[in-house]
Design a protein around this ligand. Sequence first.
Ligand SMILES: C[S@@+](CC[C@H](N)C(=O)[O-])C[C@H]1O[C@@H](n2cnc3c(N)ncnc32)[C@H](O)[C@@H]1O
Length: 244
Amino acid sequence: MTARARSFGGAADAYDRLRPAPVPEALRWLVPSPDATVLDLGAGTGLLTRALAAEGVADVVAVEPDEAMRAVLAARSPGAPALAGSAEQVPLPDASVDAVLVASAWHWFDPERATAEIARVLRPGGTLGLLWSFPDPAQEWVSQLRAIAHTDDAGKPGPTAGFEIALPAGAPFSVGESEVFRASTWMAVDDVAGMLGTYSTVLTLPADERAEVRRRALAHVAHHVGTDPVLVPFATAAWRAIRT
Ligand SMILES: C[S@@+](CC[C@H](N)C(=O)[O-])C[C@H]1O[C@@H](n2cnc3c(N)ncnc32)[C@H](O)[C@@H]1O
């Protein structure tokens, strides 16, 4: 794993408190049935695991390589097994789950090895769902806020439906389809600045530069929005394909 892929554990608590959970409608679109057995892969602190539980999806197993992220997940989602593992080495038997969901983590995986592992653990007819949840750059003040954190959009879809994810050639999956879901949340301005600090582009900066990102984010929201709390628009970009 690269330094950026490993950076989240150092801010696991803030990550869990401040990062957006997926828009619930996206989960209804991705999960075939509440009775499905779901693997939350690259589960982090369990934002998706808990969102699935809130939607009535109880049979969720989480796999996460970072010990600090996994510890938060285990503490806050006591009903879900939290397994050490990675997308390239999933600690589950063949054909054991109905859906594999990957929230804001696919871009960290080795796509060849991860796709092979996901195909192995999915039952035929099962769903691979990739999702990314983010402050919605369709609003200009949010797009400028993201620029302050130098959020790196490489490998991630934008906020518009119709995007494509290219799986490795020959992967045993149907043609994918995509959708974008939106919801807004009131947040304290301090928390908006804190949320920016949980992006890997900021987590890997020296302390003085992280402080500068925070200072600029607070000034930006005060200048362009001027309320506290502030209504923050979020989007979940979702993509699904069926294991053939
Ligand atoms: C941006 S966080 C997303 C966490 C969680 N899915 C969420 O939506 O909040 C990315 C996560 O991917 C994990 N990760 C990085 N490389 C991974 C890999 N090769 N296999 C599985 N997880 C990985 C990181 O440890 C981190 O917890």
